[in-house]
Design a binder for this molecule. Structure first.
Ligand code: ATP
Ligand code: MG
Length: 453
């Protein structure tokens, strides 16, 4: 025991070995210990290795551990086929049609297990007319699996049982240098999958990595190819960016690389209006802060913020044309949502929440009678109020309104009564003419005060 300890302490400086074309980096150099791997990922690699297969933790998790960041999740790569993986873990299921992967479940944790893949040789590859790969996978070995990954820092394999890292593309040194470098020829790799350009921006912003010169230059040359990528895939990447906790850096980087035009049509419009830009950047900064404090963020809230100034513009036009404010708001929301659906596939499931948040904005202006109390009971009050605060901070509405609601929601009954504003004559008249049957009917304001645009 003591001998073992002394041997460890007085060992010669560790060196990198090679195995085939891989550099093998020992624990003594990289310092990532087996204990840092999640329970489930250890179970998966141990279980597969015991059954005679190779199994490694791969991708973002290894990179993040090297950077002393907490990985979002742990992925495992193996030479076992999906069926073979299934046989080793009872609580697992095969998912995906195009390329099957296995989800192995350990309590709350889900470990994604994928079989080593290779890129299909150029002559067999199925591509669209712009060279984008339509099928990019067939089973392969570890070296091939490394080569089909995007960046060198994302192509490291960690073996929890030996605590060694297998590195085929100098990813370890790049990670240490905080350098994001595409594996292979960036022009070829962007052509195969243009989404890699967006990933380059997102990962460099999130990790604070510098983009390698050729990796960055390729983006300038290839950005037009983003137009051919299915909207749903782009939206996935955009969402990852907006919810990365570094959305402000991501947007700044996108604009610097002139990538935002094709990518975020909704930002094109908004960022061109000074008020809209301020509001959107505040919303993003607020989201980043919430993520850094481990608070929840909802995509619907973010989408609602991104589109707000478009809704306001559409609303203003309608009101100027003589439409009633509330009706105009409903019509403006539908108009903007329909337009954006066509450009950026915001899923329908967010519509209801976005609309609720927008509609609440008109109701915040009403501070007389029972209305403020009814508003407090709305399930979406909190989101609506956070949204209102952003509007105040961006200068769209007077701070006084935000401060009033901030105080009102926590005030004593006495103080609340004091704070209420006097009912306006018009309100009373309307109510007398149309007696309410159900109390809920009054939830919709009879006359909305106008959001100041
Ligand atoms: P994050 O920590 O933000 O999840 P990540 O690098 O883990 O970053 P994922 O989208 O989870 O990103 O992808 C997991 C791994 O799959 C990556 O590390 C990379 O090796 C590989 N990968 C993902 N997308 C691509 C792509 N478009 N082309 C090539 N390899 C990819
Ligand atoms: Mg990941």
């Amino acid at each position: 025991m003591i001998r073992k300890f002394l041997k460890r302490v007085f060992r010669k400086p560790a060196k990198t070995k090679t195995a085939g074309n891989a550099q093998v980096i020992p624990f003594e150099l990289h310092g990532v210990a087996r204990e840092q791997i999640s329970y489930g990922a250890k179970k998966v690699t141990d279980g597969l290795q015991a059954a005679g297969y190779q199994a490694y933790v791969v991708g973002g998790a290894v990179r993040d551990l090297l950077l002393e960041r907490t990985p979002k999740d742990f992925d495992v790569a193996t030479d076992a086929t999906p069926e073979e993986v299934r046989r080793v873990f009872r609580r697992s299921r095969i998912i995906g049609r195009r390329f099957q992967i296995v989800h192995a479940m350990f309590g709350e944790e889900v470990v994604e297990v994928s079989t080593f893949r290779s890129m299909i040789e150029a002559e067999d590859a199925q591509t669209d007319e712009h060279g984008r790969l339509l099928r990019d996978n067939q089973f392969g070995d570890q070296e091939q699996d490394a080569a089909r990954r995007d960046f060198t820092a994302n192509a490291l394999f960690y073996d929890p049982s030996t605590q060694e890292i297998y590195d085929y593309h100098n990813g370890y040194a790049d990670t240490r240098k905080h350098l994001l470098r595409m594996i292979g020829d960036p022009l070829v790799r962007y052509r195969e999958d243009p989404v890699r350009m967006v990933r380059a921006v997102r990962l460099s912003a999130k990790l604070g990595f510098r983009l390698d010169t050729a990796t960055a230059a390729g983006i300038g040359a290839m950005k037009g190819l983003l137009d051919n990528v299915p909207q749903s895939r782009l939206l996935d990447e955009v969402l990852k960016m907006l919810l990365s906790g570094h959305s402000v850096e991501c947007i700044q980087q996108l604009r610097k690389m002139d990538l935002h035009h094709g990518l975020l049509p909704l930002l094109d419009v908004i960022l061109e209006q000074p008020m809209g830009e301020k509001f959107v950047m505040l919303a993003l900064r607020n989201t980043d802060e919430r993520i850094s404090q481990d608070k929840t963020v909802s995509p619907a809230f973010l989408f609602a913020a991104l589109l707000w100034h478009e809704v306001l513009a559409a609303w203003n036009i309608r009101v100027q044309q003589g439409e009633r404010p509330v009706g105009a708001m409903h019509a403006a929301m539908d108009e903007v949502l329909t337009r954006q659906k066509a450009q950026l596939a915001i899923p329908h499931r967010h519509d209801a929440v976005m609309k609720e948040i927008w509609l609440l904005q008109q109701r915040f202006e009403q501070r007389a009678g029972q209305r403020p109390f009814r508003l407090l009971e709305q399930p979406r009050f909190r989101a609506g109020f956070d949204f209102l605060l952003l509007r105040c901070a961006s200068g769209e509405v007077d701070d006084e309104l935000g401060l009033w609601w901030d105080e009102f929601q926590d005030a004593s009954a006495e103080r609340q009564a004091e704070m209420l504003q006097p009912e306006q004559a018009g309100d009373k008249k309307r109510r007398r003419r149309k007696p309410r049957k159900k109390p809920e009917a009054a939830n919709e304001p009879a006359v909305a005060s106008e959001p100041t645009a």
